[in-house]
Design a protein around this ligand. Structure first.
Ligand code: PMP
Length: 450
């Protein structure tokens, strides 16, 4: 369907155009010799055209760069800015907190922490909350707590999941059907197949087979996979996961960091799920670093009753700046005033327009691609029907095609998340923004296959 030599030529043309259009970003990259990889964090080198755009301002759904170019941003910090960039209520609350009350690292609680805990409990249905600085740490600490409370050593995740840089989660089902470490895992501390088990998403038989070993403390999962395209649950799958985890004495952790796009209480509330633990991060701070995990009352009581567990000092669950007033002020404003029920309704409507338009364009060119939506989040994959598992979705990755589309869009003022073909709507994303995307996307396909 796709002429590979045409694709290569178009990608080379778009990369050259990108270099011409972004001389200041290129120069800034060139000057950053004292940054490892020339970027503040090595993953920022995940870019379609050789170096990243260096941004100047970011408000709402708009980013401008150091070359004076403006973008409609559908990446939104890969969900970190799902509340829009620099949402006014968050900027105001954080600025006021700093100027009027000072102190960000006192090792003492502030009153708004309890309010944020109560709001998360209301939204996600689990009542006992604790804070971290990243979603990765929320997952790490949840895993420790569940190992402690069950006395079981292992964690089970879905193949091609992503839960942050959590050692136990970097495991996949290999081509032979057996578990193996995820390719490229940097300095793995041990063979992950000793600490973890893995099943394909939507595969209840595989899950049951792994849980039957009786050594799995927790299943850590996204209610829908979002980091290998969006893989949605088939009817009965999530109920089956809950039933199997209960039957095998395994706790269930819903990582809502991305699936929060499904609605104000994430997929947990939208789909009536009953996890034992909810973990989250990114968007709830409106861009300010925060993570959180929520426990059922039963689980919290079981942990508090264990005098052998050091939850207060150096027991392995902690972070000096976790629960700091900056994170919590930001989360209070984000949840209270920005990511409201009304905002979600608008975001989902805009995302639905995005998905429908992409579907139409793709069908117009008779491309065998699929479009999946999870509330405010949309993603297309280069295969149809939409993949049922992480493994299937991974098998249809096409880096060159993805780079072409990303570079083409960026050169014409549209940003997608660099890691996949994901588009997210924030409260300020408009139908006009979506229409602009569709115009450019259709032009990219016309040049490729028209
Ligand atoms: N969980 C999920 C589902 C994620 O997608 C991510 C990051 N993409 C994380 C956890 C980790 O978040 P962070 O990098 O903020 O720790």
């Amino acid at each position: 369907m796709i002429d590979r030599s045409r694709l290569s030529a178009l990608l080379a043309r778009e990369r050259a155009a990108y270099a011409d259009l972004h001389p200041r970003s290129a120069a800034a990259y060139g000057r950053a010799g004292h940054l490892f990889g020339r970027v503040p964090m090595t993953w920022m080198n995940k870019t379609a055209a050789g170096f990243p755009i260096h941004f100047e301002t970011a408000y709402g759904a708009r980013v401008t760069d150091v070359d004076g170019r403006e973008y409609v941003d559908f990446c939104l910090g890969d969900t970190g800015a799902m509340a829009g960039h620099a949402p006014a209520p968050v900027v105001e609350a954080v600025t006021r907190r700093l100027s009027e009350r000072g102190g960000l690292a006192t090792m003492l609680p502030t009153e708004e922490a309890a309010e944020v805990g109560a709001e998360l409990a209301r939204r996600f249905g689990v009542p006992q909350w604790s804070f971290t600085l990243t979603a990765t740490d929320a997952n790490r600490w949840a895993i420790r707590l569940l190992r402690a409370v069950t006395g079981r050593p292992r964690v089970l995740v879905n193949s091609y999941c992503y839960h942050g840089s959590v050692d136990e989660s970097l495991i996949v089902v290999g081509p032979d059907g057996r578990a193996r470490g995820r390719e490229g895992n940097v300095g793995a501390p041990y063979d992950v197949t000793r600490t973890s088990r893995v099943a394909e998403y939507n595969d209840l038989d595989g899950l049951e087979r792994e849980l039957a070993h009786g050594d799995v403390a927790a299943v850590l999962m996204e209610p829908a996979l979002t980091n290998i395209g969006i893989v949605l649950p088939e009817p009965g799958y999530l109920a089956g996961v809950r039933e199997l985890t209960r039957r095998h004495g395994t706790y269930l952790v819903n990582d809502e960091t991305h699936t929060f796009s499904a609605g104000p209480g994430g997929a947990t509330a939208a789909w009536g799920l009953e996890p034992d633990v909810v973990t989250i991060g990114k968007a709830i701070g409106g861009g300010v670093p925060i993570g959180a995990y929520g426990l059922t009352g039963e689980l919290a009581a079981a942990l508090s009753g264990r005098s052998d567990l050091d939850l207060v000092d150096m027991g392995g669950v902690g972070g000096t700046l976790a629960g700091n007033p900056l994170s919590l002020t930001a989360a209070r404003a984000t949840l209270g005033e920005v990511l409201t029920d009304a905002a979600f309704a608008r975001m989902v409507e805009v995302a639905t327009g995005f998905a429908g338009g992409v579907r139409k364009i793709v069908e117009g060119y008779r491309l065998p691609w699929s479009v999946s939506q999870l509330g405010a989040r949309v993603e297309y994959r280069f295969t149809a029907p939409a993949p049922r598992t992480g493994g299937e979705s991974a098998a249809h990755a096409d880096g060159e095609l993805e780079d072409y589309l990303h570079a083409y869009l960026a050169n014409r003022g549209i940003l997608l998340t660099p890691f996949h073909n994901m588009a997210l709507a924030c409260p300020q994303t408009t139908h006009d923004d979506v229409a602009r995307h569709h115009e450019v996307f259709a032009a990219a396909l016309a040049e490729l296959v028209g």
